[in-house]
Design a protein around this ligand. Structure first.
Ligand code: SF4
Length: 53
């Protein structure tokens, strides 16, 4: 799998397989859901995938 960074996407979800060092996303694209969100904490990355570690 390519570890190229998704430019501009910083993410702290370190348990995600696409995350590097709890800082960056390496997915080729992401989907963030939050149709009824009223704050940033109510949005969720649908692309999250539990890391195998
Ligand atoms: S796929 Fe989503 S949760 Fe995973 S590193 Fe990228 S932005 Fe974070």
């Amino acid at each position: 799998m390519s570890k190229e960074m998704l430019p501009g996407v910083e993410c702290t979800a370190k348990e995600c397989v696409y995350n590097v060092d709890g800082q960056k996303c390496t997915a080729s694209k992401i989907l963030v859901k939050g149709q009824n969100s009223m704050s940033s904490s109510e949005t969720e990355c649908e692309t999250f995938k539990k890391c195998c570690k």
